[in-house]
Design a protein around this ligand. Structure first.
Ligand code: FES
Length: 571
């Protein structure tokens, strides 16, 4: 460890060190808690930013893990303080937990900025908590390590492994088609989530924690360890010890999160068949750092990166299997020629050094370069008259029959309209139709709820249809699948072309050409545009009013415009 700092240079020392009335006050209040002056004065004060909550099932073990982090901090000569942060729980927050990613980012930034903190261990995992914590840490720019909560154990029902989200959609479709009994349904319900930890498919949580490791913000191997594995406790202790060293070394997020590190994260995202939500979050992280990250960069990288992680929803296995197969280090070692190995990481070593010795031990779960799940293009960015600023599709989770498809639109003006009409017998729809959902974007949702995997109409389910082309300005759960075009920008709520689609209009999806077009003459579109009236917002006060006023579009990361870094350069 090369120390760049002396105790009197610590940020916290300006609170606890001076022989002033303020210094007296700060010390006496810490002594009120029962600490001695030498416990905290001149020692790195480490915030354990904890998103634990009793209503966040993915984080129920984080209280215990915080104690393990504290152990590591004390052992390394630091002073730990646990700070609760807003716990975004994917399961329960309506209309969309995405609304609160920016709130967690602000919570984190302001806690780190306003308190006598020298460094932070960030504890999260459930989808939005990873980007929220990282965005806040970037803006605060104090030394920080990310400690992923870890995936839960595999689900189990009748001896079959069950995957979070993915198997819910699958068995729900079968139940709607009349193929699953009450007893079986109850068995699935009690078997699908068996331990603390986040969703164990390659959903947004597993994707974002993997990308935090690829970015260099976790200790090597951290993102793959299951939540209840004893190795996860040792990981927490290691994070506590390492963050103290990072404070002395003055190693900060902006030293680690370079444009090349962001490219590594995008490369890994493609190789794991990551959640489409990761695109929005990576763009937001980049823009916090002052870099513009256009969507076309994702497409460029996707075109030469194979999908190797055989994990649901794109593949067969689950995150527990991924860990036993070697985990993310093994996958990154498999694509090391596609990564920037010189990027520095939180342990002070380069990514290349961290990958030494990593190897795949089960090539069914982590495929070789010779036998990938998909050669390339696992996620594609589409442009065209329906999405001038871009749209996203997870090709690897879509039925190849629809990769080039033209069909008539069946339009739902919002989620409520869809819920009311989707299963009606008189809905004019067949398997070639294109289901369109409007007003589900950043402002329209608000918060881009995960409505993008529109349900297949019941009458088609009963005829055996399991996939159709679906288009919206919403997001889709990372655990979902199907031919779902998402994040259409600009969104319909602000008058993007998606707002102008009417029943029966033909729409062309052409993934190989990266095109998404509305086949309606420009003159007719102009007429519809002149008649279009912006919907009246339901929320006029509080956080939602702020959100509607200041959030950016999906292709810009859905951050608040006033939180972005001023100096922008392109990646
Ligand atoms: Fe927390 Fe899925 S509900 S990660």
């Amino acid at each position: 460890m090369t120390s760049k700092k002396k105790p009197e240079n610590l940020r916290s020392y300006s609170w606890f060190g001076p022989d002033t009335m303020r210094g007296f006050s700060h010390r006496s209040r810490m002594m009120q808690v029962g600490y001695r002056r030498e416990d905290f004065t001149g020692k790195p004060v480490i915030a354990i930013v904890n998103t634990w909550s009793e209503i966040n099932p993915c984080h129920t073990h984080l209280r215990e893990r915080a104690e393990a982090v504290k152990r590591g901090v004390w052992q390394a000569g630091g002073f730990p303080v646990e700070i609760p942060a807003f716990s975004i729980t994917e399961t329960y927050m309506k209309p969309s937990p995405m609304l609160y990613r920016n709130l967690l980012a602000m919570d984190t930034e302001e806690a780190l900025r306003s308190l006598p903190i020298d460094g932070a261990v960030l504890m999260g995992g459930c989808d939005k908590t990873t980007p929220g914590l990282l965005m806040g840490a970037i803006s605060a720019n104090l030394p920080a390590i990310y400690l992923p909560a870890g995936p839960m154990l595999r689900g189990n029902w009748n001896g079959q492994p069950l995957g979070s989200g993915t198997d819910v959609w699958k068995f729900w479709a079968e139940r709607c088609a009349g193929n699953v009994s009450d007893e079986d349904w109850n068995g699935i319900e009690s078997g699908i989530a068996r331990s603390p930890g986040f969703c164990m498919t390659m959903g947004t949580a597993s994707t974002m924690t993997a990308l935090s490791e690829a970015l260099g913000m976790t200790v090597p191997g951290a993102s793959s360890i299951p939540a209840v594995d004893s190795n996860h406790v040792r990981l927490a202790i290691d994070c506590g010890g390492r963050i103290v060293e990072m404070v002395w070394e003055d190693l900060k997020p902006r030293d680690i999160l370079t444009p090349l590190a962001l490219r590594n994260a995008i490369t890994v995202d493609m190789a794991i068949g990551g959640s489409t939500n990761a695109i929005i979050h990576l763009v937001a992280l980049a823009r916090r750092l002052g870099f513009d990250l256009p969507l076309r960069v994702f497409d460029e990288i996707s075109r030469h990166v194979p999908v190797l992680a055989n994990i649901r929803p794109s593949g067969t296995f689950l995150m527990e299997d991924f860990y036993y197969a070697g985990g993310l280090r093994a996958l990154m070692a498999e694509i090391r020629d596609l990564l920037n190995l010189d990027c520095i990481t939180v342990n002070g070593k380069s990514l290349g050094e961290n990958l030494q010795g990593a190897r795949v031990v089960n090539s069914e779960v982590i495929r070789s370069r010779e036998a990938p799940l998909m050669e390339s293009g696992g996620t594609a960015i589409l442009y065209g008259s329906l999405a001038p600023d871009g749209a996203v599709i997870k090709t690897v989770a879509a039925d190849p029959r629809f990769w080039q498809h033209t069909g008539p639109a069946v339009v739902f003006t919002d989620f409520k309209d869809m819920e009311e009409r989707i299963d009606r017998e008189d809905l004019i729809v067949d398997e070639n139709s294109v289901l369109v959902l409007q007003n589900a974007g950043p402002l329209g949702g608000p918060g881009m709820p995960e409505w993008g995997m529109l349900p297949i109409p019941k009458k088609l389910l009963q005829r055996g249809v399991r996939d159709m082309v679906r288009i919206s300005d919403a997001r889709m759960s990372g655990t979902a699948y199907g031919t779902c075009v998402l994040h259409v920008s600009p969104e319909s709520y602000i008058g993007g072309p998606l707002a102008l689609v009417r029943d029966g209009d033909n729409i062309t999806l052409d993934i190989p050409s990266r095109k998404l077009d509305l086949l309606v003459p420009e003159q007719e579109l102009e007429r519809r545009r002149s008649e279009w009236i912006r919907p009246v917002p339901k929320e006029q006060r509080g956080y939602l009013a702020l959100y509607r006023e200041r959030v950016t579009q999906a292709d810009k990361g859905c951050d608040f415009d006033f939180l972005l870094d001023a100096a922008e350069s392109q990646i």
